[in-house]
Design a protein around this ligand. Sequence first.
Ligand code: NAD
Length: 388
Amino acid sequence: MINGEKNIDEPIRWGMVGGGRGSQIGYIHRSSALRDNNFKLVAGAFDINAERGKEFGVNIHVAEERCYPDYKTMFEKEEKLEDGIQAVSIATPNGTHYEICKAALHANLHVVCEKPLCFTTEEAKELEVLAKVKNRVVGITYGYSGHQMIEQGRQMIANGELGEIRIVNMQFAHGFHSEAVELDNPSTKWRVDPKIVGPSYVLGDLGTHPLYLSEVMLPHLNIKRLMCSRQSFVKSRAPLEDNAYTLMEYDNGAVGSVWSSAVNAGSMHGQKIRVIGSKASIEWWDEQPNQLRFEIQGKPVQILERGMDYLYPEALTDDRIGGGHPEGLFEAWSNLYTRFSFAMEDINHGSNLNNVWYPGIKAGVEGVRWVENCVRSADNGAVWVEYK
Ligand code: NAD
């Protein structure tokens, strides 16, 4: 059980780019990174507006002289300090991730980067090589993968409880953008601008999340080919889609699908993954993340609950409070940040003691690659394409 006692030698000195006042995702980065005392926030370039960023930084107790006007200044100045940052999180809009991540690696920093890592597989592979050369961690915040029941699903599949895997059904389909809300909301506006968001909207913003859950639960499944159809129900969003269906064939004969949507009117989040095997199925829904449905053919449905002794020990490692008390997205992200810190410490110490999985650079590359293949299929008339 995690209780906040030290589990790495020293908190990692950490900075942030973006995530300032009014941002959607900045607070969960900070509260997750700081929760288990594995990181210490000492610097930031929190905002595209330098003044507002500084004021914000000071308000969250970062020393004024370490609240920088932009990330370039931060990397340059921090590199010269004896106690300069060792890691940085990038929580800015999509179009900036590639250049900031590249600059951070050149400054020898470990990186936690928001998804998507970048826009093209060429860029993603370039970052992958750079991370290897520099021997730095690049973690990607596919935050839902930190939920305990995802680890439970991974263990159940690995231990053959489902039999041979046949079908993986995924969706992330919320209803918040059923209308053109971007007209009055700056945080949504960039999400439908191809210059800032890249070649897709919901495929990249939403579909890559359950896709990564499938990569965690089914690490040996490889996509062979896929077919994608995408729509812009709010016409002004074209060429970007606000709804998409992707069908996939895996190289072991299994099949999968991902429904990505921001126009599923009435739905809160609608992220689900159902893995169907020859003997049984499991299903996880992010609106009830403490439960995992386990359905054995011919038997009554079982609802497995977080924090209970019958779970695999690997899942219980992430426990923060006993079963019955709900845990949520903040705990899932904290689990990921703890994993990131273990990986960073291993590299800092030249050891490999912790050996934990985490969404790393490969997850970043795979997300970009999947979107690229989906767009290629959709824009050629929703045809089957070999997975490149
Ligand atoms: P947002 O528009 O709400 O906030 C962006 C923040 O970045 C603002 O504070 C802005 O001032 C700052 N910023 C922009 N450019 C900057 C720059 N060059 N230097 C410093 N600061 C800069 O965006 P958001 O919704 O918080 O999304 C940010 C990123 O997080 C996006 O890539 C998005 O896809 C991702 N995101 C991920 C999840 C997840 O579950 N992992 C959820 C939501 C958003």
